[in-house]
Design a protein around this ligand. Structure first.
Ligand SMILES: [Zn+2]
Ligand SMILES: [Zn+2]
Length: 332
């Protein structure tokens, strides 16, 4: 067998499967048979409609081919992180391959096979299933990195703006740390999922008194930390305005528009820490594995499973926002 199936955008709101050659690993790359491909931001390409076959950046699967003497062997079960580092620069060596000094390679993980360099792989602990390990990419990984940087603890109240799949992952991570969590969301489906995950309070972003309500929930002081998972400038502002003096704010949701920040008022005099957070340091993978194995409520986080052959329906579900995390099975 020399060809495989992969998902592709065929036109505006049109997706399907295409037949492509199985990729060949070179050097310290590894060929992986993909068992689960989580869905993430692919709905944007689906709406845009430009035809291409590079969908997906998250995967778990089984190593089928690896160079002798490398870190992985055929039969190893692995998590393939988003993008790929060079494996040689200081950032890759420190576990921060996501910020690799060379341009990280593009992925296309919604395929039956993918090739990845060793640097962006981690072995799945024996007690975790592929389904559980699939949470270690953007599902729980994006917000886990932010929790690490914010040092969220059981003493803290955390504000999470945007309860899409990344924000719901933040709820799981924050509850694991024992923090009190206030969410900002208007989508009833996602609020219901957040409640199952143990969120403490939810505020509607359309409420003109949202900021005052968040302050009132924290004795007028404001949450200790905030993480934006929406990428919406108004939510960025809400995080900065709501957090307490000397609090911490992390931006996780991608945004390519400007968010107004007044340096003296917002940063220097309020004394907040404002950081961007993209993925997590892979040296902390064993800690994230603990979050996964000890968070039984995480089962509520994955709301849909689709065979990859139903990619059209899977992407329509993603666009509808009547879902939390969606997973694909590439061999069905
Ligand atoms: Zn690198
Ligand atoms: Zn992702």
């Amino acid at each position: 067998m020399t060809t495989m199936k992969k998902a592709a955008i065929l036109g505006e709101r049109q997706a399907g499967l295409v037949e492509r050659p199985i990729p060949q690993p070179k050097g310290r790359e590894v060929l992986i048979k993909v068992m689960v491909a989580p869905m993430c931001t692919e709905y944007k390409a689906f709406l845009e409609g430009k035809p291409h076959d590079c969908l997906g950046h998250e995967a778990v699967g089984e190593v089928v081919e690896a160079a002798p003497g490398g870190l992985f062997r055929p039969g190893d079960r692995v998590v393939a992180m988003p993008l790929s580092g060079c494996g040689e620069c200081d950032l890759c060596l420190a576990g921060d391959f996501i910020h690799c000094l060379s341009n990280p390679m593009q992925d296309s993980a919604m395929s039956q096979y993918i090739v990845k360099p060793e640097v962006s792989l981690r072995k799945i602990p024996d007690d975790l299933t592929y389904e559980q390990a699939a949470l270690a990419c953007c599902g729980l990984g994006a917000s886990f990195g932010a929790m690490q940087k914010l040092s969220v603890a059981a003493y803290d109240t955390l504000l999470v703006t945007g309860l899409g799949p990344v924000g719901l992952g933040a709820v799981i991570n924050a509850k694991y740390c024992g923090a009190r969590v206030i969410g900002v969301e208007s989508n009833p489906y996602r609020i219901e999922v957040a409640r199952r995950l143990g969120i403490d309070e939810v505020v509607d972003p359309r409420d003109p008194d949202a900021l005052e309500k968040i302050k009132a929930m924290t004795g007028g002081i404001g949450p200790d930390c905030a993480v934006d998972c929406s990428g919406v400038p108004a939510a960025h502002r809400l995080c900065i305005d709501a957090v307490r003096r000397k609090g911490k704010v992390a931006f996780v949701g991608e945004s390519h528009t400007e968010t107004p920040v007044v340096v003296s008022r917002d940063l220097i005099r309020k004394g907040i820490h404002l950081i961007g957070s993209w993925h997590y340091n892979l040296n902390d993978f064993p800690k994230l594995a603990n979050v996964i194995r000890r968070s039984p409520e995480a089962r509520h986080f994955v709301t849909h499973w689709f065979p990859m052959s139903r990619i059209q329906e899977a992407l329509e579900t993603s666009v509808s926002q009547q879902c939390a995390k969606i997973m694909l099975r590439p061999w069905e």
